[in-house]
Design a protein around this ligand. Structure first.
Ligand SMILES: [Zn+2]
Length: 53
């Protein structure tokens, strides 16, 4: 079950190996977004910028 082990490792690693806090916002309208957002839900711009805090 190598695939399952790999999946678990990714989940655990993703939870605790992200010390940087990044603020995401839409470059066009300035709306605050989350890391999962590929585009802005307000103006549908794909220009999402990440700012390290
Ligand atoms: Zn926007």
């Amino acid at each position: 079950m190598a695939l399952l082990a790999e999946l678990l490792a990714r989940v655990v690693g993703g939870d605790e190996s992200d010390p940087k806090r990044v603020h995401y916002e839409c470059r066009r309208c300035g709306k605050t977004l989350s890391a999962q957002d590929g585009e802005c839900p307000a103006c549908e711009s794909g220009e999402v910028v990440g700012i390290e805090l």
